[in-house]
Design a protein around this ligand. Structure first.
Ligand SMILES: Cc1cc2nc3c(=O)[nH]c(=O)nc-3n(C[C@H](O)[C@H](O)[C@H](O)COP(=O)(O)O)c2cc1C
Length: 329
């Protein structure tokens, strides 16, 4: 599990930092890998409405967004947006980042590309404001709603605290620790209580990536799907990304992952429900339902198309089998 915090306050020891640190610590306690981006320390440029993203699917502005922050957002299972209320909306630091995520909006709504993780990624909003007005968080929540939609995340939790002004004052709000721990538990449970399926190939650059993308689309968030390689490549093959994009499936910014890393990070204290070993490096995970799929190494062109078709068929059958074995409440 990877939980990414986007910290929008300029205060280094302020209320937003407090809320985010507590939330991330609660997730880390449950086994998540965490990372914070302190937006005020970066030099992210505002959106310049060049509209390149809507036509070509990338942002031409050269700064920390591409590929760094875009990649972290896309690889995150949970994105936590944290901001003080500034004039009834998020801070400028947070808003600049949100506007630059128009790139994801363009890929999703103009280019009609679907992020396979759309069914499982969660968005969390944490916000604080000084006054006590009834509609204090309306602007922040509406902005967060459309931000999470653009990055293909379900708006899972919103914790907002009014009448909090001095730096760190939120720590004394009655119940805040409990709220945070319970919200973090719900977010973690939503991922960890699902059955899990891991596709393993040699490099995690083609076959396992295709299988994972198809499986995520078929399972619609009901199964935690991962992929890994015994000897992971530095990047996914460009042909694989292009092939899936041709089918409307967006795996831009995904990266190969080593099997050892994946097992250490995701399965420290539990086993995957099912592992599919799909390349010449056969793997076995003790105590796990392991399948061996004998599939050719696709060499691009027709090879990719025919192997992709075979993978999709097998994946659809496997997902149906797992859905029957683990019916959702
Ligand atoms: C530029 C600016 C604008 C603000 N606008 C509002 C506002 O519209 N409504 C409100 O209740 N508080 C407003 N505040 C107060 C902050 O939201 C409040 O002090 C908050 O606790 C700061 O959180 P932080 O410590 O995470 O930065 C504003 C503060 C600043 C500096």
């Amino acid at each position: 599990m990877f939980v990414l915090g986007l910290q929008g306050s300029p205060r280094k020891k302020g209320n937003s930092v407090y809320l985010l640190n507590r939330f991330l610590a609660a997730c880390e306690n449950r086994g998540a890998r965490i990372e914070t981006i302190d937006l005020d320390t970066l030099n992210i440029q505002p959106c310049r409405e060049l509209v390149v993203c809507e036509k070509k699917g990338f942002c031409p502005i050269k700064d920390e967004m591409e590929p760094g922050i875009y990649g972290l957002i896309r690889r995150a299972d949970v994105v936590v947006l944290v901001s003080p209320v500034f004039f009834y909306n998020v801070s400028a630091q947070a808003k600049i980042l949100i506007d630059r995520c128009q790139m994801f909006w363009g890929r999703r709504y103009k280019m009609k590309l679907t992020d396979p993780d759309a069914g499982s990624r969660q968005g969390v909003l944490l916000a604080v404001g000084a006054s006590g007005g009834k509609r204090l968080f309306d602007g922040v929540e509406l902005t967060a709603h459309y931000f999470f939609d653009a990055i293909s995340a379900r708006f899972a939790e919103s914790l907002t605290y009014k009448k909090v002004e001095a730096a760190g004052a939120v720590a004394s709000v009655p119940g805040v620790e409990n709220d945070i721990r319970q919200a973090a538990d719900r977010v973690m449970d939503a991922q960890l209580n699902k059955p899990s399926l891991v596709f393993v190939s040699n490099k995690d650059a083609c076959r396992s990536q295709m299988a994972a993308a198809y499986a995520k689309m078929a399972a619609k968030g009901g199964i935690r799907v991962l992929s890994a390689g015994t000897h992971p490549a530095d990047d996914i093959h460009a042909e694989t990304r292009g092939f899936l994009e041709g089918q409307g499936i967006d795996i831009k910014y995904r990266l190969p992952r080593g099997l050892d890393t994946l097992m250490a990070e995701e399965f420290k204290d539990r086993e995957p429900s099912c592992v599919v070993s799909m390349a010449s490096d056969k793997v076995s995970v003790p105590g796990t339902d392991t399948r061996y799929w004998d599939l050719d190494d696709p060499q691009g062109g027709d090879g990719l198309a025919s192997v992709g078709k075979e993978i999709r068929k097998r994946v659809d059958d496997l997902i149906s089998e797992l859905q029957a074995r683990y019916p959702q409440e």
